[in-house]
Design a protein around this ligand. Structure first.
Ligand SMILES: Nc1nc2c(ncn2[C@@H]2O[C@H](COP(=O)(O)OP(=O)(O)OP(=O)(O)O)[C@@H](O)[C@H]2O)c(=O)[nH]1
Ligand SMILES: [Mg+2]
Length: 334
């Protein structure tokens, strides 16, 4: 039984999710099936009995093998994902929404709910996966009470290791983000990165039983490295575009960094825009809304971090790891 229920925090996280086209209802339950939270944007679950029936079906199907799955019943599709802290997020979506489109959102929401229940810092921003939810017509499973489950993701060894590059102007906190993530330690002194530093870190996606190996290239942001760094972007499958929320000039340079990445990295590149140093509230010049709008114009997700107090740093790396493998998650009908 999960005892600490942070309803207000959870509501904030769920709100943008429930706002997505085609998402009708969200419930969070513990492994015994007790309801922790529920909210709806339509009356798809009409009675208490319907809800209990739904929870029962999900609990029966959450096994060691499947941490995430989908049921199909009465023109409704149900997607469920285990969170890291012994709870399950259940989502009812309209039947025309494709699983491929909804799953990244459901997964990220489950991660955020897990963090909230574990009292870890979490940002109530839902990254934009740029997939249109309701205009995709999926294959309907056959049979009146048919259901199918996501299989455990089992990518082969060679697709588990990815090169990622951290870009952004000097002193925005690129090295600090990488170090906080890898060592858990923060350094106050600024030591400019000369050229580039290469570090490796395994990123475990608990809900999917997958470990993604990240080879992180931390670029020097100072002007003198501008020539060489585009070469370092070659073959990168992922990248962070980092700016400092207290220095507008670092925000304004993001489109240039974006262009450099697009020209030089792999064509399958996954990017995330990051506003760092959000702990410096009084000195902040770039608002969350500005960050979201820039990310939207570039068609990538936006997150805000503080390397200093470790806020959202791990979540940022987890999101990029997830984006790198999201298309490799097998979905099988059973
Ligand atoms: N308050 C605060 N300071 C930070 C944060 N992240 C980094 N810093 C500080 O900002 C300065 C620059 O950080 P770095 O991580 O070295 O910046 P960088 O982007 O790697 O810089 P270059 O290697 O020159 O491109 C250091 O003094 C850090 O301590 C943060 O989240 N909050
Ligand atoms: Mg650096």
């Amino acid at each position: 039984m999960v005892e600490v229920v942070e309803t207000e925090k959870i509501s904030k996280i769920i709100a943008p999710y429930l706002n997505l086209d085609g998402v009708d209802f969200v419930a969070i339950v513990d492994f015994e099936g007790s309801l922790i939270y529920k909210n709806a944007s339509s009356d798809c679950i009409k009675s208490e009995e319907d809800l209990n029936e739904l929870i029962k079906s999900v609990i029966e199907r959450i096994t060691d093998k499947y941490n995430a799955g989908s049921l199909y019943a009465d023109n409704q599709r149900i997607v469920f994902v285990k969170t890291s802290s012994k709870a399950i997020v259940i989502t009812c979506i309209q039947s025309m929404v494709s699983l491929d489109a909804i799953f990244p959102y459901a997964y990220v929401i489950a991660e955020k709910v897990g963090r909230t229940l574990d009292n870890r810092p979490v940002l109530p921003i839902l990254p934009d996966f740029g997939r249109i939810l309701t205009r995709v017509q999926p294959k309907k499973p056959t049979g009146p009470k048919g259901f199918f489950l996501f299989s455990k993701a089992k990518p082969t060894q060679d697709i588990l290791s990815f090169k990622m590059v951290i870009g952004g102007e000097f002193a925005v906190g690129k090295t600090s983000l990488v170090h906080t993530f890898i060592t858990g330690k923060f350094e106050e002194d600024y030591k400019a990165t000369i050229g580039t530093a290469i570090l490796k870190k395994d990123c475990v996606l608990n809900n999917l039983n997958v470990t993604v190996k990240l080879v992180v290239w931390d670029l020097g942001g100072q002007q003198q490295f501008a020539q060489v760094r585009t070469k370092y972007m070659k073959d990168a499958k992922a990248g962070f575009l980092v700016f400092d929320v207290t220095r507008p000039e670092t925000f304004e340079k993001i489109p240039n960094w974006y262009d450099d990445f697009k020209k030089n990295a792999d064509s399958s590149l996954e990017l995330i825009l990051i506003g760092n140093k959000v702990d410096l509230e009084d000195e902040r010049k770039i608002t969350t809304q500005q960050g979201i709008e820039l990310a939207k114009s570039l068609g990538i997700p936006y997150l805000e971090t503080s390397a200093l107090n470790r806020d959202v740093v791990e979540e940022t790396f987890q999101l990029i790891a997830f984006k790198l493998i999201q298309d490799k998650i097998e979905i099988t009908e059973t």
